[in-house]
Design a protein around this ligand. Structure first.
Ligand code: MG
Length: 362
């Protein structure tokens, strides 16, 4: 079944409240939507989010790369969708970087090919259940405000929280301590420092988590993305598992992190890998090395988050789910993935299961 057209468009959706990390503050998200149409009229959807601070990809950059490079250079129009692995590799080879643009197009191709075979994407990829257990992020704020934000989340059924730290290291232990006091001992607490600490700060902060018995499940990206030596030093010095996020984009990055035993866990995001196939490759490499993976997302809308959910269902080495971004969006024009408290439920229909909501009013 041949590809007959690929279109790209941009929409913006407001957030419920501003989302703050050590790197940025966002009040709305921009969503780049890619639509691939096959000769029988089947439409595949893909999406991307711009995150210049992490991937370097802006909205204009993603649109331009999709329209002027990815679609044109390998001439995707007229190719057979069944050749998805070869098409995915062609997309990766079009240019250096630009992983968000590559992901948007490749997700749309996966949506189209699994619709072509009349299977939900998770089944096409070899998975079974359509339900995942999610965590919820507490964005960076004053310690008291973060503790106050935590309690209603637990009352709404979340048992795993992800705490954003890293902008003001002197009060980061207080943040976690107040949150632990507020939520009690049975809630899992994940920490994401978003590159905000030096290796020495990270070691001292994590030792304090340990001394105060704050029971932290993992610490994500404590230091700068390029600082692999820093990650290794931290991993050697503390007991809490260390996870790579911004240090991991490609399967090649994964090979290095795994070979050097630099971290205990990997965080895979489609906007960093450039799509599903490379994410599968990373999860496979990590499995061979005995390292489990988390699936995460940027501040993305539900099209690409659904793709990440399908992938997580299908790969047994993806054991931790951090896909709460759509819960931050006030209103978006898609249906097919439900977020009910800590559960993610994917529609049991072919492809991503994502459709435009006809009654959408922004
Ligand atoms: Mg992270």
């Amino acid at each position: 079944m041949k590809i007959v057209s690929i279109q790209v468009s941009v929409e913006a959706y407001p957030l419920v409240k501003p989302f703050k990390t050590a790197l940025r503050t966002a009040t709305e998200i921009e969503h780049i939507l890619v639509s691939v149409v096959l000769e029988d009229g089947t439409e595949g959807l893909g999406g991307a989010a711009p995150t210049v601070a992490i991937t370097g990809d802006s909205t204009g950059g993603i649109v331009t790369i999709v329209e002027e490079v990815i679609v044109i250079a390998p001439n995707l129009i007229g190719r057979d969708i069944e050749n998805i692995n070869a098409l995915s590799r062609l997309i990766q080879q079009t240019c250096v970087g630009n992983t968000s643009a590559k992901a948007a197009v490749e997700i749309a191709l996966y949506d189209a090919v699994s619709k072509r075979w009349q299977l939900p994407l998770f089944q096409y990829l070899g998975g079974e259940s359509n339900i995942l257990k999610n965590d919820m992020t507490i964005s960076l704020d004053e310690p008291e405000a973060m503790a106050k934000a935590a309690l209603p989340l637990i009352q709404n059924g979340f048992s795993t929280l992800k705490i954003k730290l890293g902008k003001d290291w002197r009060s980061d232990v207080d943040r976690v301590s107040l949150i632990r006091d507020a939520v009690g001992e049975h809630v899992s607490i994940r920490i994401d420092a978003n590159q905000g600490w030096t290796p020495k700060q990270a070691i001292s902060i994590i030792h304090e988590f340990e001394d105060r018995e704050l029971n932290v499940e993992l610490v994500e990206q404590p230091v700068q993305a390029h600082d692999i030596e820093g990650l290794k030093e931290i991993k050697r010095s503390v007991n809490v598992p260390i996870m790579a996020d911004e240090s991991l984009f490609s399967p090649r990055d994964a090979l290095r992190l795994l070979n050097e035993q630099a971290v205990d866990l990997l965080n895979i995001k489609l906007m960093k890998t450039g799509g599903i196939r490379r994410a599968l490759q990373i999860a496979d490499l990590a499995e061979a090395a005995g390292v489990e993976c988390m699936i995460g997302s940027m501040m993305e809308a539900s099209v690409s988050v659904a793709a990440a959910a399908h992938l997580a269902i299908a790969h047994p080495n993806i054991t931790k789910i951090d896909l709460d971004a759509p819960l931050w969006i006030k209103n978006e024009p898609f249906e097919g993935i439900q977020f009910i408290n800590d559960q993610i439920i994917i529609a049991d229909r072919p492809g991503l299961g994502i459709k435009r909501n006809p009654s959408f009013i922004q």
